[in-house]
Design a protein around this ligand. Sequence first.
Ligand SMILES: NC(=O)c1ccc[n+]([C@@H]2O[C@H](COP(=O)([O-])OP(=O)(O)OC[C@H]3O[C@@H](n4cnc5c(N)ncnc54)[C@H](OP(=O)(O)O)[C@@H]3O)[C@@H](O)[C@H]2O)c1
Length: 263
Amino acid sequence: MSDRPSTAAHLSALFSLEGRVAVVTGGSSGIGRAIAEALARSGAAVVLVARREPELAATVRDLEAHGCRAARVSADLGSREGVQRAADRAAEPFGEPDILVNAAGINLRPPMDALGEDVWDTTMAVNLDAPFLLGQRFGPGMAERGFGRIIHIASQQAFRAFVTSGAYGVSKAGLVALARSQAEAWSARGLTANALVPGFVMTPLNARLSSDPERVAALAARTMTGRNGVPDDFAGAAVFLASASSAYVTGQAIFVDGGFSVH
Ligand SMILES: NC(=O)c1ccc[n+]([C@@H]2O[C@H](COP(=O)([O-])OP(=O)(O)OC[C@H]3O[C@@H](n4cnc5c(N)ncnc54)[C@H](OP(=O)(O)O)[C@@H]3O)[C@@H](O)[C@H]2O)c1
């Protein structure tokens, strides 16, 4: 009889999130929702933050149906006061988080000539200011407790311009840099900060683009896997980045894009 630990015990030591608390912004839809489910089904108690209550409630119900612990905070992350209030409320159901996933995002896409200060400000507020403020709110506590994981959802447009990158690409480039700044500040105290970089993923964010079969096919053709992304493509990468296993991975932008970026 082998004294090798069972596969389940081995996988659990590598990736279990049992006893962890995660806050997932944008956890009610698309990529954020798939990540919230992956973290919750790996053992974390998960708090979802987004605006629309019905989508939040439905996601919590689905997670609870899987036997997971989940709660929700309905909040608009488009203002600094909104973010502060949301952060305080997000820490109520299960305590201060060990894991922060910044998946809430908007992409308004006006052509550059028509990109006004309103779109610029709104984009920066949701896509960059909110992740920064949530990091400031939760990061120091994670570092003090000796374990923390911050995962930002960036974009190809942080690295290259296409399909009207405008303010969106700038905000996502800022997120990649924010992960590095947070990594520099806190990694020596057990907090890692990284960005996941999707390719084109069919979600409500892309409703207009997704309804154009020719453009969808053209984007799929730019990958090496021959298909566009689906939200579940982020499940494993997120669990890895949230787990003990990723302790030596920090400040990175990790592409989950079917090879979109490598040619
Ligand atoms: N889909 C892609 O191809 C793609 C590619 C690269 C990067 N990304 C990034 O991936 C992340 C998730 O996008 P997705 O495609 O999964 O989009 P999605 O399905 O539209 O989800 C966006 C989420 O963000 C929440 N949200 C938006 N504005 C908010 C606000 N002001 N306050 C609070 N919550 C807000 C939404 O909920 P409410 O509307 O109810 O607030 C929703 O839960 C985004 O950061 C996006 O930029 C997506």
